[in-house]
Design a protein around this ligand. Structure first.
Ligand code: GS8
Length: 220
């Protein structure tokens, strides 16, 4: 039975999972969730994710939420297929540990800094609100400091966990894709190693397939 993803391609967290599925060369079914009518806050969906958020993965009788947990599961279950995103085929515990470190850094440092900028810039106007400049200013300052660490790290290795592409890099794609459409894209572009890394990972065919549908915020 094919994997089933509940979500929408424009959503960052859904896109994270879809990118992983493409990297692994897996077939899947995408079941759209109608956020505008609050489908994700109603009983059938809440039985899949009690927090009422997308994405959700169904694999037979297993139901998972949290995009990073889903990519982890997929990368482990299909370790022999497609890109080895967790370095499981080799026996190098150090490489696997470094993937673990940078998966955590994305979740604990990068994401908390970048998310408020994206939310204020793209989502506030959608809800009829003016973006809160103070939140954006604080986010930009925080994100700049995180990116300084990334610049240093990416001077040492081509990718975050080492000289190999991994789930750690993949997890950054969807939020950064939208960030690059904001007026603060220079935070990435002005750091040469971060920019080279971004150009490299965002041009992978798996993400190209997903990013085509990530049109949120595009001028009509
Ligand atoms: C966050 C899910 C999330 O924020 C994950 O899966 O990684 N930590 C979780 N989902 C958003 C869409 S992300 O673009 C969502 O469902 N928003 C609607 C809502 O919260 O009501």
């Amino acid at each position: 039975m094919a994997l089933k993803i509940h979500g929408i391609p424009m959503s960052t967290c859904t896109a994270r999972v879809l990118t992983c599925l493409h990297e692994k060369g897996l077939e899947f079914e995408l079941a759209p969730v109608n956020l505008s009518v609050g489908e994700h806050k109603q009983t059938p969906f809440l039985s899949k994710n009690p927090f009422g958020q997308i994405p959700v993965l169904e694999d037979g009788d297993l139901t998972l939420f949290e995009s990073r947990a889903i990519t982890m599961y997929v990368s482990k279950k299909y370790k022999e297929k497609g890109e080895d995103l967790l370095r499981l085929k080799g026996d190098d515990l150090k490489e696997q540990a470094m993937v673990g470190v940078w998966v955590e850094v994305e979740s604990q440092q990068y994401s908390p800094a970048i998310t408020p900028i994206i939310s204020e810039y793209f989502l506030a106007p959608m809800h009829g609100k003016t973006p809160d400049e103070k939140v954006i200013e604080a986010g930009v300052e925080k994100f700049g400091k995180v990116l300084d660490v990334y610049e240093t790290r990416l001077c040492q290795s081509k990718y975050l966990a080492g000289d190999f592409y991994s789930l750690a890099d993949l997890h950054h794609l969807s939020y950064t894709h939208y960030f690059m459409k904001t007026p603060w894209a220079s935070l990435i572009n002005s750091r040469p190693h971060v920019k080279a890394w971004w150009d490299n990972i965002s041009s992978r065919s798996a993400f190209q397939k997903v990013s085509q549908a990530m049109t949120f915020g595009d001028k009509k």
